[in-house]
Design a binder for this molecule. Structure first.
Ligand code: C2O
Length: 495
């Protein structure tokens, strides 16, 4: 069925979500961008118009629909110079894709340089008319979306030295250091009702420890895949680009409770901003700030506990033994990150356009050393060692969800009921070796990269080029697509 047609106007605008005015890049003038939603099976037509004029930030743009498989619509995936040329000012581009099998919590963001750190990020929710959770929990409300963001007072392209953000925003509002008065987001609940809440980290960099004073959460979804209910969680560790849904029982006394998102970073970058704050307010409570306290977590959802987080999709049997194994190694030298000894740099022509033009081997495709060819219809296992710079890096693969058969902090493998997700931390310890599995059932070049956006900009990325020869047949981009590249004086598509 046809979902909503959405017009996204990408504009520069001055906003002060934490009391400090700065110039930004926004979708339809808001931070975060508007919630885009639809139902499983919908076709999305999202027309993106570039109105950018401010040259302190990049004026071209491109949008990625994070977590959506883009089956046979690889061209609509969004990462600049992987699947498309960026949209230039004064131009529009229609993303047109069907979400046929997926439902859950996703997001969209600029995939142009570090532009999403300047504001172009928002939630994308796919509702499932037959959602099993709705019945299981007798959920009264499934409309709450909570976004967590780091917020900087300078344009992201100026943040050449890694530094911490000035504030943490929950649903677009927050307070930096020494600020006790800027307005905060309020999430209203009715005592006695049950809520499904969708937590989306739209972070550029830090991960968060998310808590709601006085309340436990039951996790039911990770990154767009349902999980077996994981009850009693009092803290969620959430990395950049990850999502969770949880059930919240509004079973506490009527009042106000702090919602907190403490930014975490082991890179010793001072000063760390104070935790992001928002207010959980019961209907009938006064319009006041909470006085609730936070207590050390007893049952924190961390990457190690992912072994306990089981998918409730019919388990694909994994008795061990993938068809192919691709070990990746990650390194850092001077200012650049390397994946298997190559640092990603945008090629002059998008990888997909090169493929459609007839370049069919990693030797022909640019950038050299950054294209890994994956054959079709195989089960692929990828090993990723942790410990790089002693910080956890959230690795995201486009075009797929993957089973996490070994997660950070675990030395054992879980082939029985591994969680299915699209972004996983590889861990901060050199003893970590995170292992993921997926099936190559989706032809096209798919980006795999660290979702710390500054690391991506410094080369922490590689392209998994899946079934290169089969890509042109599977993927017919619209005519407007090569117009974008024509603007850049790029190669025409010859076949
Ligand atoms: Cu949300 Cu390439 O990423």
């Amino acid at each position: 069925s046809s979902g909503p047609r959405t017009e996204l106007h990408i504009v520069n605008r001055e906003i002060a979500p934490d009391g400090f005015y700065r110039q930004t890049v926004l979708a339809n003038g808001t931070f975060p961008g508007p919630i885009i939603s639809g139902e499983k099976g919908d076709r999305f037509e999202i027309n993106v118009h570039d109105h950018l004029t401010d040259s302190t930030m990049n004026k071209t743009t491109s949008i990625h629909w994070h977590g959506i498989y883009q089956h046979h619509t690889n061209w609509a995936d969004g990462p600049e110079f992987v699947t498309q040329c960026p949209i230039s000012p004064g131009h529009s581009f229609l993303y047109n894709f069907t979400v046929s099998t997926q439902a859950g919590t996703f997001w969209y963001h600029s995939h142009e340089g570090v532009q999403y750190c300047d504001g172009l990020r928002g939630p994308l929710i796919i509702y499932d008319p037959d959602d099993p959770h709705a019945h299981l929990y007798d959920v009264d409300d499934d409309s709450t979306v909570i976004t967590l963001a780091d917020w900087y007072h300078k344009p992201a392209i100026e943040l050449t030295v890694p530094q911490f953000s000035q504030s943490i925003l929950i649903n677009g509002l927050g307070r930096g250091a020494n600020d006790t008065t800027s307005p905060l987001s309020v999430i209203t609940v009715q005592q006695g009702l049950r809520y499904r809440m969708r937590l989306v980290s739209i972070s550029c960099d830090p991960y968060f420890n998310f808590t709601i004073d006085g309340h436990n959460m039951t996790i039911i979804e990770a990154d767009g895949s349902n999980t077996e209910p994981f009850p009693g969680v009092d803290e969620i560790q959430i990395f950049a680009a990850q999502r969770y849904s949880f059930i919240l029982d509004a079973n506490q006394p009527i009042g106000n409770y702090w919602i907190r998102a403490a930014p975490e970073d082991t890179n010793q970058r001072a000063p760390v901003p104070p935790p992001g704050l928002a207010i959980l307010r019961y209907v009938g409570a006064p319009d006041e700030e909470p006085e609730t306290k936070s207590y050390p977590a007893i049952n924190s959802l961390v990457e190690t506990s992912l072994h306990a987080l089981e998918p409730n999709v019919p388990g694909k049997p994994y008795p061990g033994g993938a068809d192919m194994n691709f070990p990746l190694n990650f390194s850092f030298n001077d200012t650049k990150f390397y994946v298997n000894n190559a640092s990603w740099e945008s090629p002059p022509v998008p990888v997909l356009l090169q493929i459609l033009h007839g370049e069919h081997t990693p030797q022909e495709l640019l950038p050299h050393g950054s294209i890994i060819e994956l054959p079709r219809n195989k089960t692929i296992e990828i090993n990723m060692p942790g410990g790089l710079l002693n910080i956890p890096h959230p690795i995201h693969l486009h075009g797929h969800s993957f089973y996490v058969v070994r997660s950070a902090g675990n030395s054992s493998y879980n082939y029985e009921n591994p969680v299915l997700r699209d972004t996983v931390s590889i861990g901060s310890s050199t003893t970590d070796n995170v292992t993921i599995r997926f099936d190559t059932n989706n032809p096209g070049p798919w980006f795999l990269h660290c979702h710390i956006d500054f690391h991506l900009a410094a080369g922490f990325a590689v392209v998994m080029a899946e079934d290169i020869a089969g890509t042109p047949a599977a993927d017919r981009p619209p005519v407007a697509w090569d117009d974008l590249c024509a603007i850049y004086d790029k190669l025409p598509v010859s076949d």
